[in-house]
Design a protein. Structure first.
Length: 353
């Protein structure tokens, strides 16, 4: 397939509004990279610059070592799958999938073989004579993917392809994309605001906020070693609990509560003795124990787990994901322990390690 390199990419619009700042990323051959972040963070703009649908204001884009910064979109050998499918309603599924090859005036026999092969991969063989309106949303998205597959591009680009599907179809189509990637061993860039898609699909994740890259790493790295408070709060559901705390001798002091520190944690926080930091704990890293006392407000039963909500100390909100089916009521007091803590510099918001 292909190696892609984005070097110091900026996007500045005519009104002098900058959407992307100094974006750097090297995508390996066959790698699936997911760009994730809230709406307006610059992820789709970055993808469109790679596709050639947006001009690059500054920086350099290379494909297999060749500079394609100014190369027209049609000559970049990339295929893009959009969230709205972009299918031709008057054409059959077969005709939609064959359309780009027909425009190139490829041999009809070659086109036929490529369309049938793509349809088999995506489970669309029995749908080829139908029109898009006769298919479900998930099937239409598969047609859009099939249209890209037949082109055999060097890079596949996905712009929030599952956002128009319901939850069940999103899960099923997400698995199909993952299987497709494994089967084709294709280089893919995938944009989403859904962290579940990012965590389940990506070889590596690029987390963005306000046009800036916050962290690049494997899903586990972003989940377990967030670079800053933004990544910590964006990756993970429910989001990480955070509190402003003061570093004391052997413990952290929050508003109306204290939390003991292990010997290793004391070593990490030694430079911050007597100072304020931000303590972060993921809900799933909280267990029944004796570190802090939770004043329960409500809970949600999720089968094998229960989400318990409340506060510790003087009103500090907390959510805990506890194992088992719990039947707590508002006003109950529950002892909790923090099994895995994260620490952040209060001024820079960067992780303390």
């Amino acid at each position: 397939m292909a190696e892609l390199s984005l070097q110091h990419i900026d996007k500045i619009y005519d009104n002098n509004v900058q959407a992307v700042f100094d974006f750097n990323l090297d995508v390996k051959d066959g790698e699936l990279i997911v760009l994730v972040g809230p709406s307006g963070c610059g992820k789709s703009t970055t993808l469109r610059m790679v596709a050639g649908l947006e001009d690059i204001s500054r920086g350099k884009l290379t494909l297999d070592g060749r500079d394609i910064t100014q190369t027209p979109a049609k000559d970049r050998d990339m295929a893009m799958v959009f969230q709205n499918y972009a299918l031709y309603g008057h054409m059959t599924i077969y005709e939609n999938m064959a359309f780009s090859l027909t425009l190139r005036k490829e041999n009809p026999n070659v086109i036929h073989k490529k369309v049938l092969a793509a349809a088999e991969i995506l489970g669309l063989t029995s749908q080829l004579n139908k029109k898009p309106a006769q298919l479900s949303g998930g099937q239409r998205q598969r047609v859009a993917m099939g249209r890209s597959i037949v082109r055999n591009p060097k890079v596949f680009l996905f712009d929030e392809p599952l956002s128009n599907l319901d939850a069940k179809l999103r899960g099923a189509t997400r698995r199909e994309i993952l299987l497709l990637h494994k089967r084709l061993q294709a280089t893919m860039l995938y944009v989403t605001h859904d962290q579940t898609e990012a965590l389940t699909l990506a070889d590596r994740i690029v987390c963005m906020s306000m046009g800036h890259v916050q962290q690049v790493g494997t899903p586990l790295e972003l989940y377990d070693q967030p670079a800053n408070l933004f990544v910590a709060g964006f990756i993970g559901l429910p989001p990480m609990n955070t509190w402003n705390t003061a570093v004391r001798e052997g413990y952290l002091e929050g508003p109306g509560f204290t939390c003991p520190l292990t010997e290793a944690e004391r070593g990490i926080l030694a430079p911050y003795a007597g100072k304020e930091i931000v303590l972060g704990v993921r809900p799933e890293n909280i267990a029944l124990g004796e570190d802090v006392t939770l004043q329960v407000t409500d809970n949600e039963n999720l089968g094998m787990n229960t989400l318990v909500y409340g506060h510790v100390g003087t009103g500090q909100r907390i959510s805990a994901k506890l194992k088992g089916w719990m039947e707590y009521r508002g006003g109950d007091q529950v002892g909790l322990s923090f099994r895995r803590k994260h620490f952040f510099d209060k001024d820079t918001t960067n992780a303390i390690r």
